[in-house]
Design a protein around this ligand. Structure first.
Ligand code: FPP
Length: 252
């Protein structure tokens, strides 16, 4: 946590930040790259390129605000239905991100992880990512969890199959919600406290279906390439103004 950074945004935006109530885990649907580009008469690819820059800034912002886990929806299982050229761009950006950002991520003590069907990614991207994951495995300040070739239903289904393979029928019958969560691809991560979706879309789009059960949702019309550290600060302040009850009553 960087108090000078927090004070600067607090006074610039006129918002109060409670350093005792920082969401431990933030999840983001980074939406609106295509529209951002179209508005400027640019190719969609340029929107995705600027989207990666936005992600880099948000990773640094999270680190400074004291967020410990950041999960971003970088490529969904549904994204394979986009034109081949756009899929190619996204895959290129991914390997470029893995190669070029390694040093900056390490310098900021960011550990990168992946959830999703890793085996279904092209070989080049798997190799680049493997190197990034290995090289940052010891970092401790922030976990950047990339959801790649990820689908929430597919995650639940693979968890079910894995549990059925590894457990006896009796153990399956006695399984608790926490036990089940241990088979999800997010095993070991706390559940997200805050979900952010940009670009004015009010959907979950098969993101972390199980894991978002009690998350606070924050939607903004800002398109992802324009989502900057000030916007992140606003989102977290909005989160801090919510009363989280987890189904119980508010405390008196
Ligand atoms: C949604 O915008 C965004 C995506 C489908 C991909 C998100 C990917 C990035 C931000 C960059 C890749 C990430 C890494 C880690 C290299 P959209 O294309 O659906 O926008 P639109 O709804 O305006 O068309």
């Amino acid at each position: 946590m960087d108090m000078a950074y927090i004070d600067e945004f607090s006074s610039r935006l006129g918002l109060t930040f409670d350093s005792e109530r920082v969401p431990e885990h933030v999840a983001i649907v980074m939406d609106g790259n295509g529209r951002w580009a179209k508005q400027r008469g640019l190719e969609r690819n340029m929107g995705h390129r600027r989207g990666v820059e936005a992600l880099e800034n948000i990773v640094i912002g999270c680190r400074k605000l004291g967020v410990r886990y950041l999960t971003v929806y970088a490529f969904s299982t549904e994204n394979w239905s986009r034109p081949k050229a756009e899929i190619g761009t996204l895959m290129n950006l991914l390997s470029e991100f893995a190669d070029k950002k390694l040093n900056r991520l390490k310098a900021n003590q960011v550990k990168v992880q992946v959830v999703g069907d890793f085996a279904g990614l092209p070989m080049l991207q798997r190799l680049a990512l493997k190197h990034l994951l290995d090289a940052t495995a010891q970092e401790k300040e922030l976990v950047l969890n990339l959801a790649l070739n990820y689908g929430g239903r597919a995650d639940i289904l693979q968890a079910l199959k894995q549990a059925a393979r590894q457990l006896t029928p009796e153990e399956v019958q006695n399984m608790t919600e926490d036990d089940f969560a241990g088979f999800l691809q997010t095993a070991g991560l706390p559940e997200p406290d805050l979900l952010i979706r940009t670009s004015g879309e009010l959907r979950l789009s098969n993101f972390l279906l199980w894991q978002l059960a009690y998350a606070e949702f924050y939607f903004t019309d800002t398109l992802w390439p324009d989502f900057d550290e000030a916007e992140l600060f606003r989102a977290i302040c909005a989160y801090q103004s919510r009363s989280r009850r987890f189904g119980a009553l508010a405390e008196a």
